[in-house]
Design a protein around this ligand. Structure first.
Ligand SMILES: Cc1cc2nc3c(=O)[nH]c(=O)nc-3n(C[C@H](O)[C@H](O)[C@H](O)COP(=O)(O)O)c2cc1C
Length: 194
């Protein structure tokens, strides 16, 4: 194999994945395999990580296990909206079933003399981005959600999160049936060239 071509093809492939990324609006029912999910988790942990603190944690929910999150979302929603009708509560719970697999990515940060919390949180964001790009490379797609449920004690407890654990994203994963339009890459008015 020509190594130079291999490098160029790999670069083109990576740039193409990044340029074409958009959120999945609708997922197929078919679930990614265990091996695919493990590939995504491994990719996530390849994110830059100041101090090698590995601040990321993953909870993989698939099939009926999504009900754990669904029930917690319903409880949180019901508490915030005590007059909500059963249909609204039901709809809230259905968010856990948007995709066949849901990877809840959270952060456990620590006091560190050189690595402030923000850097540890950003590393977890980078892990999610890696996971997403890896998913695209496997023909899968993602949708990254938070909303009030990410900050709900009901949800944190139901997922077995530690006291100092923060949810950074509910990352829905699966085969895309419908994708959001790709946003143009606009950086000119966000960039200072010095
Ligand atoms: C930390 C974080 C939290 C997000 N939470 C939500 C959310 O709760 N609901 C939502 O619709 N989009 C959320 N998004 C944005 C979407 O994931 C998506 O990236 C955005 O709508 C742009 O669309 P695109 O991914 O197709 O470019 C979140 C993104 C980030 C980075």
């Amino acid at each position: 194999m020509n190594i130079e071509n291999h490098g160029r093809d790999a670069a083109n492939g990576a740039l193409e994945l990044i340029a074409s990324r958009s959120s999945v609006k609708k997922f197929a029912e078919q679930a990614p395999s265990r091996a695919q999910i493990e590939t995504l988790l491994a990719a996530a942990t390849r994110a830059p990580d100041h101090g090698r603190l590995a601040p990321w944690r993953f909870a993989v929910l698939q099939g009926p296990a999504r009900d754990i999150l669904s029930k917690a979302m319903q409880a949180a929603f019901g508490e915030r909206n005590p007059t909500a009708d059963a249909e609204a509560v039901e709809r809230e719970g259905s968010k856990a079933f948007r995709s066949p697999v849901l990877i809840v990515v959270s952060a456990v940060t620590q006091e560190h003399p050189k690595v402030p919390e923000v850097e540890q949180l950003v590393a977890v964001g980078a892990a999610i981005q890696n996971l997403w790009t890896a998913a695209q490379a496997l023909g899968l797609g993602c949708a990254w959600k938070t909303g009030s449920h990410a900050y709900s004690d009901h949800v944190l407890q139901a997922l077995g999160c530690a006291a100092n654990e923060k949810i950074i994203g509910f990352v829905h994963v699966g085969v895309p049936v419908m994708l959001a339009p790709v946003r143009p890459a606009e950086y000119a008015d966000k960039t200072r060239w010095l």
